[in-house]
Design a protein around this ligand. Structure first.
Ligand code: CA
Length: 292
């Protein structure tokens, strides 16, 4: 197994840093601090990190072709205009579930947003995975989810990997990208003991999966069958998500949490809540923009 290291590129002191996504046009990283109800945009060239307070906890923020962001929050999908900071509601598929919020999500190659929910008290099986279509309607893909997290499609678009964190598994579905549907769920692999819980995830151009390790001090690279190929060591216990970015899509950006640390924990993990970066030696696919 290869061991890689990550450098802290932004000592953000986020409470629950999450949802990194690289924007090619502006060469910057959109990410969220869920617990601070804040959307952030970090420019590694200048070191600037712009923030927007959005009121409701955003589990995800994804860029659109028109240059704004779609957020998934506790009040459904919302559009954030970055120039004005104005928020506009889109649709809330869980209006009847006020104790749920959106968590992780990602735009598919057809420009639709797939995003899942969870109970804010982490009640089991109350969440679902949805697809926000380009016409801004939403469809439920499946339910019985506890903490909806990482998502990734294979390069041939025929398979969909998915993480419901408490299962400690990465599952795989057959995917029909034209219709945006999935079927035949099965376990791809379970995390080895001692690696914590799988959280956010991305796929590289060799078809290998990079899984953020909550309570696992890093990001692990797995083959689709579960062979552990590499680990990026991060000096923070709760690593939340990762994405490819940079000019050549060959940098891995990593978010982390400081939420559950007491004073001693904060002293031991001074960079908790920071954004990290690693050169993993492989590139990833470019970011899909939401086409609606
Ligand atoms: Ca997450």
């Amino acid at each position: 197994m290869q061991t890689l290291t990550a450098e802290c590129v932004l000592d953000a002191k986020a409470i629950l840093g999450e949802g990194p996504v690289w924007r090619a046009e502006t060469q910057d990283l959109v990410w969220v601090d869920i617990e601070s109800a804040r959307v952030c945009c970090f420019n590694p060239a200048t070191g600037e990190n712009q923030t927007w307070d959005v009121g409701e906890k955003p589990g995800l923020a994804v860029p659109t072709q028109r240059g704004d962001l779609i957020l998934g929050t506790s009040v459904g999908f919302v559009r954030l205009d970055l120039a004005s900071g104005v928020l506009s509601p889109i649709i809330d598929p869980e209006q009847d579930l006020p104790n749920n919020r959106f968590n992780d999500g990602k735009v598919d190659p057809e420009g639709r947003l797939w995003a899942g929910t969870m109970g804010m008290d982490e009640s089991p099986n109350v969440g679902s995975l949805y697809r926000l279509n380009r016409n801004l309607s939403a469809d439920k893909l499946f339910d019985q989810v506890s903490i909806s997290n990482g998502l990734a499609w294979t390069g041939d678009q025929k398979s969909f990997y998915y993480i419901d964190s408490p299962t400690r598994r990465v599952d795989v579905f057959d995917c029909d990208m034209a219709s945006g549907t999935v079927s035949t769920r099965r376990t791809a692999f379970k995390l080895p003991d001692g690696m914590g819980y799988p959280d956010g995830m991305c796929i590289d151009n060799e078809g290998m999966l990079w899984v953020a390790l909550w309570q696992g001090w890093g990001v692990a690279r797995f083959a689709p069958g579960g062979a552990l190929l590499a680990k990026v060591e991060v000096p923070v216990e709760c690593v939340t998500s990762c994405c490819f970015g940079g000019e050549n899509w060959d940098e891995l950006y990593i978010t982390t949490s400081s939420r559950d640390l007491d004073e001693a924990g904060r002293a031991a993990q001074p960079l908790a809540g920071g954004v990290f970066r690693c050169k993993p030696g492989v590139s990833g696919p470019s970011t899909n923009l939401f086409l609606g």
